[in-house]
Every structure is written in structure tokens, then in C-alpha cells.
Ligand binder design. Sequence first.
Ligand SMILES: [Zn+2]
Ligand SMILES: [Zn+2]
Length: 433
Amino acid sequence: MQRVISVLFFLTVPLGSYAQDAKLKLDAAFDAIEPKVIGWRRDFHEHPELSNREFRTAEKVAEHLKSLDLDSVETNVAHTGVVGTLKGAKPGPTVALRADMDALPVKERTGLPFASKAKGEFNGQEVDVMHACGHDTHTAILMGAAEILAANRDRLAGTVKFFFQPAEEGAPVGEEGGAALMIDEGVLDGPDAPQAIFGLHAWPVPAGTINYRPGSFMAASDTLYITVRGRQAHGSAPWMGVDPIFVSSQIVTALQGIPGRQLDITKGPAVITIGSMHGGVRGNIIPDEVEMMGTIRTFDEGVREELHAKLKRTVTLIAEAGGAEATVAIDSYSPVTGNDPELLRQMMPTLAWAAGEDNVVEHPLITGAEDFAHFQQRIPGLYLMLGINKNGVGRGQAPSNHSPRFFGNEDALIVGVRTMVGLALDYAAQTSD
Ligand SMILES: [Zn+2]
Ligand SMILES: [Zn+2]
């Protein structure tokens, strides 16, 4: 009863004043959920699963959501995803809360008692699997938030959708997956279509902080494929052929001149990296062909398009100048992930309530990417970084995401639960009067 009264109060007092009262009244619920969230997280951490293979994880999530008596629990969304729907007693907006569930082909070296010993298959090879990006924490946090929101549904205005997403790290070669596939399957459509979406990510910054950036936050990411075709010849007589290795080296050098000389950098930085380059079999044969792969990161859609066009021009004309021929293909992984400035301003008091005012901090741009961006192409959203460093460890002092030593401080998980619960309740309260 205590909890019901508190939520009623939470939902009807004006913006800015309810947060403190809600904090006092919901504290017992957060205290009770904390050990469960930590337990779920350890279980997921010990049993990580690769993208589009999150079978066990999805089963645990679905089992939990079904135990909460939600209005619906859909499984096999975008292969292994789970979507829960919780309708409040009062009419109001629909908000989506998102957690990603997949792990990575990384051999864990944290030394934790619940460290992963799991194996998986990645691109035809057996690999060790680890939750090296913290998606175990995201899944556990959202399960906890769902339990608290379900217990308070009597006074909830509107609908909350829980998106447990597969394959954020990218579907295996030849498969579709992730946020884009969930959207294709209609998670943002229908009578209860979400009007806003919230997501968070475990991040190596001080524990318990919520880190944001208005506007662009994480980069758009595109994969670059370049093939340079020359003409094979004896290494002693290069004039008899066309050397694609020489031409490729000119291309690699020229690519770095594109952000520096050809783009308006006042609109945001850009990164072009060639991470793979293959051609030739021995020292005295000029090969026919060189293949390169790379990644492109940008923070503005206009810059992104311009970079793609100028890159194609630069690559093909350098090849032509050397008598070779180049083809360029660019695959999009995700657009820019960010924070809708108006929505961020609106939800700032909630973040201060969830983490404490001093723990809500602006963060620099991140050149990493997130497929959460696909949801934000359709509806406004917030994407926040939850600090999970060991206590006392600052920004830049802990192993990064995807490291075999990536560490998640369990003391910070409850801040994530508070953030998700607070955002769902407050967004509904503010938009349903
Ligand atoms: Zn990752
Ligand atoms: Zn991640």
C-alpha cells in the first residue's frame, strides 16, 4: 500500500518536485531488487552468448517477464529478442526501455569467481565468449526495472515496453539482426507504438555516474571495403604491370587527408581507419589485386554523406592515376547515437534523482558506435553511459569495453535500475496530463 500511495504522488506532483519524494518512497523497492539484479548479472556473466545466439539469456528474460504478469511477452523477436508490454492503469504515452543481451568472442581475464568459461562459434571458428561489453549488466538492470514497474502498475499512466535486444554487436556474417531487424519486425509500430526510448550502457568511468551529451554522442559507424585491381607482373619489372600495392599505399595515405582537407570539421570530427590490407604471396611477384577493409566514424549525417562521396572520388581517381581500377563499397552499421536535447532537458531532474546531482556529468564524444541509433531515427531517445569502474577509479584508468579485463562494478547496477524506472515513470507523468 505504501508503494501505491507513493507512486500516485510521484505521478501527480509537478516537474521538479516529485523526484525527491519518489526517491524516499521507492527506496525499499530498490533495496529489495538489488541482490536479485546482481544475481541475474552474475548468471548472465558466467553464461554469455554471441549475437543472434542469445537462447539461454532470452529464456531467462522471458521466464522473468512472464512471472511479472505483464500484458504480453513476445519471444523470438529479431531471432532471440524478447519484448514485454506493461500497461498502466491510466491512459498515457508509450515508452520503450532497451537492453542489449549479446556477448563477444573474447577470452575473459578478469579472474572473477563467476568468470566465463563459455565457448561459441564465430565466423566458423570456435571462440571463447565473454560479456566484455557489459550487456550482462544491461539485461539484469532492465529485468529489475521491469519488476519494480510491474509492482507499481496500478498507478502507472501509459504503457512501458521492455526491449531485450539481440545482436547489438552485429549479426554473424550473412545474417540480419539487432535494432534494425526489431524495427523491421514492427516493435515501433502498432496501437501502442513507443513515443520515446531510453537506453544505457556500462562504461569505464567513475562508478554510479550517469554520463550524457546533448545532441550527437556516439559515432555513426560504416564498414569500408576497397578493392584495387592492377596487373600482375614480375617484381623485377614493374613497368610491365600495374602495381596495386603501390597504388593502395597512396590510397591509405590520401584517406587521412579527407577529414583534414576536404570536410568541414566545425560540424564534427571524422575517423577513417584501414584495419586490414591483403595482397600478394611473395616478394618478387607484383600481385593482381589488393583488398582493404576499414571503418569510418562520423558525428553528423551531412558529414557522413559528404565523406562517403569524397572518399569514393579520392580512391577511384588515385587508382585511375596509377593505371589501376578501384571499387569502393560502404556498409552502414549504425547512424549517430545521441540525446534528443529537448528530451534530455526534460529528463534531467530524473537523472539527478537516480544518480545524485553531482553524479550526472557531461561526457565527451565517443567514437564507438551503438545500433540504438536505429531506434532514434524513428523516435526521440536518450542514451546514457552508466559508470561501472571499481570504486575510486577515474575516467581513462580502467580497461575499455571489449577488453578481456573489462570490469563491471555491481554497486553501480542499482543506479541503472533507478534510472530506467525513473525515466519510465517520469516521462509518463509529464506527458499524460
Ligand atoms: Zn560492444
Ligand atoms: Zn555494448
